[in-house]
Design a protein around this ligand. Structure first.
Ligand code: C2E
Ligand code: MG
Ligand code: MG
Ligand code: MG
Length: 277
């Protein structure tokens, strides 16, 4: 079938994601220099709608296009940036680039949304909701086309300001996603205080749901809770056809994972979306 050929093409096409960089240890100074020299960019991983089969949007994942060492993954720079309170430079880059890319896809006739990961470190800053909004709308994108992802453990901090800022962002129209759900020990009561719109079930449960009873239970009860709260559910870490079928049967709304597509450079996304649908 033609669709199978297309999918073979995308699997065979060299994706910079697949190659390990020559080096994986970097100093904070090198990272900051890379940021200042504009070497960081979002790669995009599609999110598909399991009911309609259409591409709903894409999550922006930070990549460092190192001039000598190739594509460097987040684990090699995120921790250092966060520990040293230097994460905001990356956040501004990611917000602006992904807002601009998303608006370009939309102008080209593709009805896509974009999602960006936020670090909790910044969410306690006063004025952060205005700064984020400005960064996004300045690129011409309406906040309703962007979802901000916060990890479950981050969302559970007891800092009142975090809750206040998340609420302000929601009021401005951003979607709010609880990322890595199931790993953060939140109570339902804590969870319902946050005006979130999407629950993203951690990949560890999705990957093991097909062969591990406990993971499947967590997946199913998370989906049940999302339904009852009236929020969109996303399964991340869909690695096989079986995973995809299972999350669809369980009634999950959206799916993301290597089986569907690996994160890819922004220039590849429009073609991928056209081929997929
Ligand atoms: P996340 O937001 O939970 O993103 C999902 C991660 O799982 C990504 O790793 C993605 O490439 C990977 N993934 C997607 N599908 C599959 C799959 O089927 N199997 C497996 N094994 N993995 C899959 P990545 O890009 O290395 O990012 C890791 C984490 O770094 C992200 O987890 C997110 O928490 C953080 N991150 C990435 N970009 C940013 C950023 O711009 N800002 C902040 N604050 N955090 C970021
Ligand atoms: Mg995420
Ligand atoms: Mg996640
Ligand atoms: Mg994760």
């Amino acid at each position: 079938r033609f669709a199978d050929l297309i999918s073979l093409y995308w699997r065979a096409k060299p994706n910079p994601e697949r190659f390990k960089p020559a080096r994986e240890i970097f100093s904070l100074d090198e990272i900051i220099e890379g940021l200042q020299n504009d070497q960081f960019e979002p790669f995009y991983q599609p999110k598909i709608d399991l009911k309609t089969g259409r591409v709903k949007g894409a999550e922006a994942l930070a990549r460092w296009r190192h001039p000598r060492d190739g594509i460097v993954m987040p684990y090699a720079f995120l921790g250092l940036l966060e520990e040293n309170s230097e994460i905001s430079e990356l956040t501004w880059t990611m917000l602006a680039r992904s807002a601009r890319d998303c608006q370009e896809w939309r102008n080209a006739g593709l009805d896509l949304d974009v999602a960006v990961n936020l670090s909790v470190k910044q969410l306690a800053d006063p004025g952060i909701s205005d700064a984020i909004t400005w960064q996004v709308t300045n690129q011409g994108l309406e906040p309703r086309h962007m979802t901000l992802e916060i990890t479950e453990s981050a969302a559970m901090t007891n800092v009142g300001r975090v809750l206040e800022n998340l609420t302000r962002l929601r009021i401005k129209g951003f979607g709010l996603s609880i990322d890595d759900y199931g790993t953060g020990y939140s109570s339902m009561q804590q969870l319902t205080r946050i005006p979130f719109t999407e629950l993203k079930i951690d990949q560890s449960f999705v990957m093991h749901a097909a062969h591990q009873e406990s993971s499947r239970m967590i997946l199913e009860s998370s989906l049940d809770m999302a339904r009852k709260l009236g929020v969109v559910s996303v399964a991340e870490g869909v690695e096989t056809r079986d995973d995809l079928n299972l999350v669809r049967e369980c009634g999950c709304d959206l799916a993301q994972g290597f089986f569907i597509a690996r994160p890819m450079p922004s220039t590849d996304l429009p073609d991928w979306v056209r081929d997929y649908s």
